[in-house]
Write a protein that binds this ligand. Sequence first.
Ligand SMILES: [Zn+2]
Length: 208
Amino acid sequence: MEKLIRGLHHFQNHIFSSYQELFERLAEGQSPEAMFITCSDSRIDPALITQTAPGDLFVLRLGGNFVPPYGVSGGESATIEYAVSFLGVKDIIVCGHSHCGAMEILLHPERFSGYPAIQVWLTHVEAIRRVMQNYADRPEEVRQAIAVKENVLLQLENLKTHPTVSAAVAAGTLHLHAWVYEFEKGKVLAFDPEEGQFLPLRKPREEF
Ligand SMILES: [Zn+2]
């Protein structure tokens, strides 16, 4: 805790002043660019990798960036509904990442038999576990990487079970994105539905 408290004092005494104007403006209300759903993993920092400021991203963090289907969990459903219906975010990014501990659980559930909440979580990712049986002969590292991608794609499907999401997607006012962040390389891959694969994100057109 000492490190955190020292950091807090440093923020208050040396950093906050440069953000004061922004935060005073944000006190009037937020209008985030996007909802960013990612893992709770300590190595993932959405604002760092997207170089966004406070107020830009509405963030939902859950182990394994798991988005429960509608009705499974009130908390996540309410957060998604608030972001889409009330704040009117135009994009939702589900961002998985390399070396995700949740993928180890998914691939080796037997190692986590003594963890009751994890056992419940596993019932929700059964679809990915079934898919992963097709890759049983691949090396562990490859299986982990495949599981990360399969997982974010499943989470997009889970997102669509939320009525607010499916309605906004159908109306063309909301777009869903599946990303995989390889933090040790600083690289982000995005699923390209036309190509049917994950590809490096291209710069927006105006920056060419
Ligand atoms: Zn993770």
